[in-house]
Design a protein around this ligand. Structure first.
Ligand code: FAD
Length: 384
């Protein structure tokens, strides 16, 4: 019975579709069923924070209709189908009253946006963008509006700030940190990015938080903890993501910051695997594209009978703030060493060096950003 059951992949984001593609490179026929809570349209999520710069709306960013993806990959795709549980003993996926048998199950169901609880009567003006459907809803709600307040100065908040400014919007960024992209960029690089975003016209309100969002005319007023009051047409919340672990934990799978998997992407339950934003791979939670691509390649082989472990190389992150091109390769969190900084205005080259002088990480901005490839070769791979 279970021999005839398909491989089921939950999720049609970059992880789900990359894995399906990798499977089909090696095996054209094994039955694969993809199940997704959304519409299944294929798109590249990193492009969501480039839409205004490129003049592309949600339709313009879509790369493949669901039917076309199903045909191209020779898979079945169930859309608007939300998984509610997993019965790992019975090898069944649960969708409300329905049960679907799997031979192997892959969880590629991503991460949830963190939502802040704010006072005020304008919650419907607060948007998050973590998929193409969110993006469509945000753009439709923005309508003729011209002012956007962004909560969060992390990578995604800064990318949207740059993109919305390029689209001609007034942008104010509010965040509790004293710098942009804390924890990702060293101080000199963070200041450079902030400086160039300010030169572009982005306003920053750092070291404070939004306490209330209230209706005002067709837009909102935001009351900050420092007493400032800002006006905007819409609020974009970009305060972080959390791997989706609840259903996995309820099914008895080991979870920590993400769904815990080893380097073969195996969860603690037989025949259940995870990759992408929901997974904690060998202790690493990396919500980026390069890791999920490496995982897709390894996992496709494993699913087809050749157990393969993923090997993470160096994983530089390109930050899409065109006003200040930036790339970063953070050092391992437990690494000993310090940052050495070379700077020319807002062009910064920061190298994280061990006491012995080895480069363990880097951040480059402005004209130094072009050195990212050469520097990536100096940094040891994550899986050495
Ligand atoms: P997702 O794309 O979130 O897919 C999850 C899928 O699971 C969806 O199909 C969803 O419907 C489905 N699902 C969820 N729950 C259920 C359920 N219960 N039942 C059924 N289906 C379910 N990374 C980079 O490396 N470089 C960048 O420049 C970059 N830019 C980014 C810009 C933005 C604005 C954002 C938001 C992210 C960016 N990232 C970037 C991160 C990168 O895009 C993500 O790491 C990656 O797209 C995650 O893909 P995923 O398939 O794991 O998850």
């Amino acid at each position: 019975m279970t021999e005839q059951a398909p491989i089921i992949i939950v999720g049609t984001g970059l992880s789900g579709y990359s894995l399906a593609r990798e499977i089909r490179k090696q095996d054209k026929e094994s039955p694969v069923l993809m199940v997704t809570a959304d519409d299944g349209v294929s798109y590249s999520k990193p492009m969501l924070s480039t839409g205004f710069t490129k003049g592309k709306d949600a339709d313009g960013l879509a790369q493949g209709a669901t039917d076309a993806m199903a045909e191209q990959l020779n898979v079945r795709i169930r859309t608007f189908a939300t998984v509610t549980g997993i019965d790992t003993d019975a090898h069944e996926l649960i969708l409300g009253d329905e049960r679907l048998a799997y031979s192997k199950l892959v969880l590629a169901w991503g991460a949830d946006v963190i939502r802040l609880s704010l006072d005020g009567d304008a919650q419907e003006h607060v948007f998050s963008i973590n998929d193409l459907m969110d993006y469509r809803a945000f753009r439709e709600a923005l309508g003729e509006g011209k002012r956007v307040a962004i909560m969060g100065a992390g990578l995604i908040g800064c990318e949207f700030a740059n993109d919305l400014r390029n689209g001609g919007y007034d942008v104010e960024v509010i965040a509790p940190s004293e710098e942009v992209m804390p924890g990702l960029l060293p101080e000199a690089a963070a200041s450079a990015v902030q400086q160039e975003l300010e030169n572009l016209g982005v306003g920053f309100h750092l070291g404070t938080v939004v306490e209330r969002v209230d209706r005002q005319g067709n837009g909102v007023s935001l009351t900050l903890a420092n007493g400032e009051v800002l006006e905007a047409d819409l609020v974009l919340s970009a305060v972080g993501l959390r791997p989706r672990t609840d259903l996995a934990r309820a099914a008895g799978l080991e979870t920590s910051r993400g769904i815990v998997v080893n380097r073969a992407l195996e969860t603690s339950a037989p025949d259940v695997y995870a990759l992408g934003d929901c997974a904690e791979v060998d202790g690493h939670v990396l919500l980026y594209v390069l890791p999920l691509m490496a995982c897709s390649r390894a996992l496709a082989k494993t699913l087809l009978g050749e157990r393969t472990e993923v090997s993470y190389g160096t994983m530089p992150v390109m930050i899409k703030t065109p006003c200040c091109p930036t790339a970063v390769c953070p050092p391992p969190s437990e690494a000993e060493g310090s940052w050495e900084v070379e700077q020319d205005g807002t062009s910064v080259k920061a190298l994280f060096k061990s006491p012995g002088g080895d480069v363990l990480g880097f951040a480059v901005t402005g004209s130094f950003a072009m050195e990212k490839q050469a520097l990536s070769k100096e940094v040891p791979p994550i899986h050495g």
